[in-house]
Design a protein around this ligand. Sequence first.
Ligand SMILES: N[C@@H](CCC(=O)N[C@@H](CS)C(=O)NCC(=O)O)C(=O)O
Length: 206
Amino acid sequence: MNSSSIKILGTLYSPFVRRILLFTAHHKIVVDTKFFTNILDNKFPEILQNNPAHQVPILIDEKDQKTIYDSRLIAMYLMDKFHINKFTFEEEQFLYLINLVNDSAVQLLLHERHGLSSIEGGKKIKIKLLERIENSLTYIHQNINQFENWNFCSISLYCLLDWITFRKIYDWECEGSESKFSGFHHFMKKNTSQLNVSETNPRNFI
Ligand SMILES: N[C@@H](CCC(=O)N[C@@H](CS)C(=O)NCC(=O)O)C(=O)O
């Protein structure tokens, strides 16, 4: 049995957690995992102790006595520790957009769950969030050739696109591969066989 000094606290559905699981698998970094359920409705002392914002993923490196939260910072920590190429400035910019789309999608999901999309103010916020998602994804799609390599940036895009489909938040798949996002179809298809992608498919855990 593998045991690692690195532990990842997460949930089975989070696209932010999945990024770290794909990134560590790709670089053959052994991690232990601990998954929580329903963290939006429950407060978990172990999460709160390690991240005051009560969000996952959280990395705990027992050997080096470090606790890191936020997936981008976790990736940077691992890059440093395992001598993996750091982000380029362009990748950082794409990652910023991917994170923004992901956060907007999480907010949309919460809006729907709490029925806010059916009230006037809520409708306006929904339109704004959807506009941001659409514009940012269109821009990323125009630059899809920058996502040829399987690195933290493309892994994050994969997890985002799959998650917004899974949660039915934004239908980038539209009319199949002929859609305006045809480059995303190609990107997703090409990467479905990457390490740990099928094992971390959130649909497995419903
Ligand atoms: N910026 C954070 C975002 C993490 C995040 O939003 N995590 C969600 C899971 S998808 C979470 O923990 N939500 C619980 C909450 O907000 O209370 C990252 O990149 O790690």
